[in-house]
Design a protein around this ligand. Sequence first.
Ligand code: HEM
Length: 127
Amino acid sequence: EESQSFYEAVGGEEIFRRLVHRFYEGVVEDPLLWPLYPQEDLAGAEERLRMFLIQYWGGPGTYSQQRGHPRLRMRHNPFVIGGAERDAWLKHMRDAVDSLELPAELDKRLWDYLVYAAHSMVNAPDA
Ligand code: HEM
């Protein structure tokens, strides 16, 4: 159906659950990224990213009900994110997106957004 959201088109919550879970499996093994994350609250971090992506793509707005306006650049201010961190983040996301085996068109839409969003999150010049 024409008015179907991207969230519905890819298969709803389960797809985002798999995406974010796979992404964090990569992050915990990453010596550059893992130190940035809350080591004691991996489940919470997973939940926050999953809720955000679900809301962004037209699913339930639980993220903003619990966290307020996303203001993602501001929320990333505590973390030094240069080109290396961005590329590592995207590497794990690419792996996670691949694992979903989405139709090419949906894969491209999701990936283009993630690349754009990751570039916009850089807040530190490369050393
Ligand atoms: C939170 C790192 C890009 C969405 C976080 C956290 C870290 C982090 C360390 C804290 C984890 C937590 O407690 O939730 C990075 C790095 C990035 C990046 C190194 C590299 C570019 C992105 C992008 C998005 C995103 C591109 C969106 C597409 C989020 C969200 C949260 C979060 C929604 C939770 C915010 C909250 O409600 O507190 N990120 N991030 N991040 N990140 Fe990123």
